[in-house]
Design a protein around this ligand. Sequence first.
Ligand SMILES: Nc1ncnc2c1ncn2[C@@H]1O[C@H](COP(=O)(O)OP(=O)(O)OP(=O)(O)O)[C@@H](O)[C@H]1O
Ligand SMILES: [Mg+2]
Length: 345
Amino acid sequence: MALLSVDELSVTFAGQGGGRGAGSGARRDTKAVDGVSFEVEEGQVVGLVGESGCGKSVTALALMGLLPRKGVSVGGRAEFDGADLLSMGEKKIRDLRGSQLAMIFQDPLSSLNPVVPIGIQVTEILTRHRGLKGEPARKEAASLLDRVGIPDPDRRLKEYPHQLSGGMRQRALIAMAVACAPRLLIADEPTTALDVTIQAQILELLKELVDQQGTALLMITHDLGVVAGLCDQVNVLYAGRAVETAGRRELFAHPTHPYAHGLLGSIPRLDAPRGDPLRPIRGSINDKIAWADGCAFAPRCDFYTMECLTGTPELTEPRARGHQVRCVNPVLPAETSAGTAEVSS
Ligand SMILES: Nc1ncnc2c1ncn2[C@@H]1O[C@H](COP(=O)(O)OP(=O)(O)OP(=O)(O)O)[C@@H](O)[C@H]1O
Ligand SMILES: [Mg+2]
């Protein structure tokens, strides 16, 4: 059984301003996550990939029980080791966070306490979850900072968050997340602010955690290089829904949803012929339609047909078992496309 099992997760933010009454101004709710399902097993790395605003962080915050209660409605199920995270009481989920569940946040400055030295923030976790105190806790904290590539860890332990660079703060947060050896780690763009050598070091550390301690890792990123280096299974999100789910190799070899296809086609490759232009996906994530009216990606899609505007497309497996695609007109080799129409209708 999967350690984390997410089933039709949805998150809606109530619109602000105006009111419900006619004539009192528009009040539009935001459906940030719209029926997302995936699983993460122990020792597995699962990626959530997609453009800015597609619902990655909101998915993570919903799983961690960190969304505000007011003005937000969360639907679906999310089971962690058999217990439903979404209906769990505040105290229970707080106990889980930091011990079995940990998250590396996208914004490091707002996740560290600005008036407490880094060392105290790290040792607090070691004391609370691993019972380490005094000198052994300090030594372990220094070794954790060293492992995430922070030079001169003894000095850095005494410093406050504002004395560290953005990349160092991010690494301190990573050290805090791995300090308690969580069973599930959610990493939200953990390496975006870091230069490539440190990025490689952090990815190596996360890999080690997964391989040696069997940690389940939910990796949120828009960096396909990170996905290629780390993920076993990948979920590509678009406008709050998974549009393609597959094993890493399968996805990179056969991206089948036009969005995933475009995403992979838009990254620079060293093995591409000289002068071959990059092919960005046209438009932006704002050019979308509601899923209820068809495929949200249709306004940007090079392959769209009128069929794409007739209700939400279902997930199908037009290529291979376990390779799910939400598209009525997927990108397939010419000889198999006739068969596809049957599968996806
Ligand atoms: N507190 C909030 N109130 C209203 N809307 C919100 C709130 N938080 C997020 N959203 C909206 O939810 C959608 C998804 O946001 P989310 O932060 O999950 O995107 P993301 O995929 O993590 O993007 P990025 O790659 O930029 O971090 C966006 O349209 C965003 O504007
Ligand atoms: Mg985000």
